[in-house]
Design a protein around this ligand. Sequence first.
Ligand code: GLN
Length: 486
Amino acid sequence: MELYYLTAHELGDLLQRKEVSAREVAESFLERLETVDVKVRAYLTVTPEKALEQAARVDAARARGENLSPLAGVPMALKDNLCTEGVRTTCASKMLAEWVPPYSAFVVRRLEAEGAVMLGKLNMDEFAMGSSNENSRFYPVHNPWDLERVPGGSSGGATAAVAAGEACYALGSDTGGSIRQPASFCGVVGMKPTYGRVSRFGLVAFASSLDQIGPITRDVTDCALVLQAIAGHDPYDSTSANLPVPDYRAVLTGEIRGLKIGIPKEYFPEGMEGEVARIVKRAIGRLSDLGAICEEVSLPHTEYALPAYYLVAPAEASSNLARYDGVGFGLRVEGNDIIDMYMRTRSEGFGAEVKRRIMLGTYALSSGYYDAYYLKALKVRTLIRRDFEQAFKRFDVLATPTSPTVAFRLGEKAGDPLAMYLSDLFTIPVNMAGLPAISIPCGFSQGLPVGLQLIGKPFDEETLLRVAYAFEQNTDYHRRRPELGV
Ligand code: GLN
């Protein structure tokens, strides 16, 4: 296989054995990107000089005989809401189109310390609000499996790049499904770690009580490697957990006999795509063949998660996005007076979906409505968390579809926000409860990838990786690559 289609651990081995240089690897990805990104449009900013410079540093360190991380010299890219010192960080918004951060996110520094090679910054829905990437203020991303379809969102540039050979792995963010849903649409592995497992320092905030950064990779081993590199306590994020980080690769044994897997019945509703449900059930059957004990469970408050999320997330967003007023950051559109300047800046800087969220959130928080909407949503959030707590008394892991459908057509849901919101039906409850979850490729429906979601107990990413790895060892969906006609 071409270098640009290998996994990080495969590239890491080749590099360690000096069969290829980091420079050759970086060049392979940069050439690939040059050929396919005109079709996929996964990148907003490409940083070839930076990539080649970082690769040269890795090659020099290896020549000196230094002991390097398995990720050293492996090319990656970052969702464009992760701050990168000296490289513009746009959030795919006009508001930040020219904004260059003065510092890098915690996770970016961690990867740099491992010798990562950064290829550039990835397209997304504006401020991570969306499920299709069509809300980018620059251009939509195309799904590498079918260029007429969306890659999912909001980390759609990230999952498309990894699927198309334009980055070996990527980091995305997940507030309501933005890593897992596009991972499932693009046939790659995507993990949302437990809230607090990974520092959010330097992640542009959308909804701070839900946002989490996570890996997007080509297989489960890479997911473990990348999580290892980015997990851990950071005093600069007060919500980051001060807990030891286990050795994630050590749990990749392939052994899941006796493990208890719950199948929440609310996650196979009428109206979801029959073929997707069938493929996911077949995947769960595979897990019981491997010795897991699979039984049905009920999470009775599931149906309230989506409406509650669309109060909590917009409420937090309306507050977080208040900072974009033409003074501190990014765009400023001059006006007759300061209020006029604020209004013009925000009218031009934000796109339609971002404005919709700000209005929803401001309304939900306004006096007189606070109890009826925001406070009630918080109570529902507690009920959702309790559903999971109950289920985890009996089960080690829960298995569900990642999304009710495969990738839909560009434009198909763009005019219907409610239809778009339904895309995250199965991912949102996980963020509401702060739990870890992973989406892995588990089959194809009419040539399009389907994802299996595994949900774990708080801070038990290990069991997720263990189950995901066992599944992957017995299937080859993760080895398929899209044609793309080049
Ligand atoms: N699609 C969901 C939304 O639009 C989730 C987004 C996310 O996880 N960032 O809010």
